[in-house]
Design a protein around this ligand. Structure first.
Ligand SMILES: [Zn+2]
Length: 255
C-alpha cells in the first residue's frame, strides 16, 4: 500500500522541533509521497532543503497563496515565474481566492489566480486550488479559463454535491482531508455518490487535523484517519482506497 499526501506543508514552522521524526512516522504509516504546496517566496528555501533531504518522497509546487496576496503581489508572482522557468515543479499551487480572512485584496487575488492558471497551462502543470468562502469567484475564473489545458485539484474540498460536480466538470479532482471526519463536515453525506476516480487524499498539515486529533497539530501520518473514513463511506477496504487515490494523484501530477 502506498499513500499519497497531495497537500502537506512539511516545511511549516510548526514542525521545526521534530520534522524528521514526524516524516519518519508518516513513512512508517506507508505515506511515501508528499506534495508540497507553496505559500510565498519566504518559504522557498525551506522547501528546497526538504526536497534535498528526501529526494525520493518530496514533490514541490510553486505558487502564491491567496491569503499572501498583498501590496507586493506582483513581485511575488515574478518569483513564481522565475522558479517555474528555472526547474521542475509538479503543480502551480496553492492558488485561488480566500474571502474568509480579508476581502481587501479581492481584485488582486483574482488577478493572481488568473495569472497563475495561465502559467500552469504554459508549463502543462496542474493547479492546486485554495477556496475559502469564494466558490462563486473561483468558478467564475475557471469558467473563463476552461479549456483542455486546465486541470488540477480542488484542495480541501468542503462544498456541496453540486459544487463538487462543478469542480469535476473543470477537470479537477477533489482533495479530501480531515474535514471528511468531522461530525458537521457535511461532505461525508454525499461523497459516496462521487466516483472514487475523482478523489485524492490530503492532510493540509499542520492544519485541519482529522478526528480524533481535531484541534491539535496535524501531520501526514494522520492521513490514515481520512483513509479509514473513506473506506467506510465507499464500503471498500483501506488498501483499495489507498491504491486508487495514489493512482489518481499520479494522473494529476504525472509522477
Ligand atoms: Zn495548504
Amino acid at each position: 500500500m502506498i499513500l499519497t499526501d497531495t497537500h502537506t506543508h512539511l516545511y511549516s514552522e510548526a514542525f521545526d522541533e521534530d520534522r524528521d521524526e514526524m516524516i519518519a512516522r508518516a513513512l512508517k504509516a506507508d505515506v511515501k509521497r508528499f506534495f508540497i504546496p507553496a505559500i510565498d517566496s519566504t518559504y522557498t528555501q525551506s522547501m528546497l532543503d526538504l526536497e534535498k533531504k528526501y529526494p525520493d518522497h518530496i514533490y514541490l509546487m510553486s505558487g502564491l497563496h491567496p491569503t499572501h496576496v498583498k501590496e507586493n503581489y506582483r513581485e511575488e508572482l515574478d518569483h513564481v515565474k522565475q522558479m517555474l522557468a528555472q526547474r521542475k515543479f509538479y503543480a502551480v499551487g496553492e492558488i485561488g481566492i480566500d474571502l474568509y480572512w480579508d476581502k481587501t485584496f479581492l481584485k488582486q487575488q483574482q488577478e493572481a489566480f488568473r495569472t497563475q492558471i495561465q502559467l500552469a497551462k504554459q508549463y502543462q502543470l496542474p493547479i492546486v486550488i485554495h477556496c475559502r468562502e469564494a466558490f462563486e469567484e473561483i468558478f467564475e475564473i475557471l469558467e473563463e479559463e476552461n479549456d483542455e489545458k486546465l486541470f488540477g485539484i480542488f484542495h480541501c474540498f468542503t462544498g456541496t454535491k453540486e459544487q463538487a460536480e462543478k469542480a469535476i466538470s473543470f477537470n479537477m479532482k477533489l482533495g479530501i482531508g480531515g474535514v471528511a471526519t468531522f461530525k458537521n463536515g457535511k461532505i461525508d453525506q454525499f461523497l459516496h455518490e462521487i466516483d472514487l476516480k475523482h478523489i485524492v487524499l490530503e492532510t493540509d498539515a499542520p492544519y485541519l487535523s482529522p478526528v480524533p486529533y481535531r484541534g491539535k497539530r496535524n501531520e501526514s501520518a494522520y492521513i490514515i484517519e481520512v483513509l479509514n473514513k473513506l473506506a467506510a463511506i465507499y464500503n471498500m477496504v483501506p488498501e483499495e482506497i489507498a491504491n486508487t487515490t495514489t493512482e489518481n494523484s499520479r494522473d494529476v501530477f504525472g509522477v
